[in-house]
Design a protein around this ligand. Structure first.
Ligand SMILES: [Cu+2]
Length: 238
């Protein structure tokens, strides 16, 4: 096979291997595809960490609004359900060669249906990197696409955007080679004690293109290397 043909084949398989946060499971209920989540029809990544589309996705993967808000009880786990496309099943989450970290963030908003998510107010509530020889993306794939996210018990009640994110680092040895996948779910938290005020951060702003966790040749690392998860520190209840 000619090199150009091989490259075209690799590019095609990579392009068909992206992912979307399609559904949310909360309080034991799994909602339908795109219910309360601003999903795109195309499963492509964001690659410019300085773009406003880093908050809740957007062009070249335009998202559709949702008029639904999903109730969530503070102190419980929710699951962000990831699928290759809006039509895929639990055995088609993302190409297993897409290796990298997994994260989730919250932003308190007055109207979860209309807030763009761009700007300050975000705090990280879940993260996974690389441990015991396994990437967090592969943990999600092996868990049938479920990213388990604990909702802190100490936050204030009200509407939030829940931003779930997977990052694929197979091309991250060059700048803007990391593929970031994110969608925002619209939730209403009840049962929170409101005793904590998390320190918040801006999106865009949480990542730099040359963060050690985003500009990295994952294939030249030792098996037990220490991977640095991008973004702000994880918020936990005091
Ligand atoms: Cu991809």
């Amino acid at each position: 096979m000619k090199a150009s043909v091989v490259l075209a084949a690799i590019t095609a398989s990579a392009a068909s291997a992206h992912t979307i946060f399609t559904q949310l499971t909360a309080d034991g209920k799994t909602y339908g595809v795109s219910y309360g989540i601003r999903t795109p029809t195309y499963d492509g990544p964001q690659t410019n960490v300085n773009s406003n589309n880093m908050a809740c996705n957007g062009a070249p993967n335009p998202t559709r609004p949702s008029d639904k808000i999903i109730p969530v009880t503070a102190g419980t786990n929710v699951s962000a359900v990831w699928r290759h496309t809006l039509e895929s099943g639990p055995n088609d989450v993302m190409d297993a060669g897409h290796k990298g970290p997994v994260m989730a963030y919250l932003k308190k908003v007055s109207d979860a249906k209309t807030d763009s998510g761009v700007g300050n107010g975000w705090f990280k509530i879940q993260e996974g990197g690389y441990s015991n020889g396994k990437w967090a993306t592969n943990v999600v794939i092996d868990n049938k696409g479920n990213q388990v996210i604990p909702i802190p018990s100490c936050i204030a009640n009200g509407q939030y955007l829940l931003r779930a994110e997977m990052v694929a680092l197979h091309g991250a040895r060059s700048s803007q080679g990391a593929q970031l996948y994110m969608e925002c779910a619209q939730i209403e938290v009840t049962g929170g004690t409101g005793t904590a005020t998390p320190k918040t951060y801006s999106i865009p702003g949480i990542y730099k293109a040359n963060d050690p966790g985003l500009l990295i040749d994952i294939y030249s690392q030792k098996a037990n290397f220490q991977y640095v998860i991008p973004g702000p520190p994880l918020f936990t209840c005091p």
